[in-house]
Design a protein around this ligand. Sequence first.
Ligand SMILES: [Cu+2]
Length: 146
Amino acid sequence: MSFKWGVIALLLAGFGFAQTPEVTVTFQNVGSSAWTITGAQGAEDVAELNTENAPLTLAVGQRYHFINLGTLQIHPLALRGKDGEPLLNQRPQERPFETDPAVAFVADDEGITFTLTETLAEQLSTYYCTAHPAPLMEAPLEVTSP
Ligand SMILES: [Cu+2]
């Protein structure tokens, strides 16, 4: 991405942030057998908290910040598509949604941040750990439209 497009993506992300506050969801591993969602700020009914591999419900148009307390080194967090491949990965692979300016994907040691566009929402299937996937650290992702 050129500097110019990087600036435009940042501006778009900034405007998105101003319009709809980011929703922060915190993920914790249970050994290598499951995820639990330990907290969610900015939205209700994202998931049943402190429940192993609880389904996660996300809203189209919302910007999300997922904090991975399982750590990138041991339990890399990713969102899987209906084709079985990771769409967004805490270890980015330059896949199409990871480089989509509308998604404005950010991955770092803490977790991932992204905007749930309609086209991304159509493809999402599960959230999972790339080191210990289904039936261990993987659970359904459901999407609601405004
Ligand atoms: Cu894991």
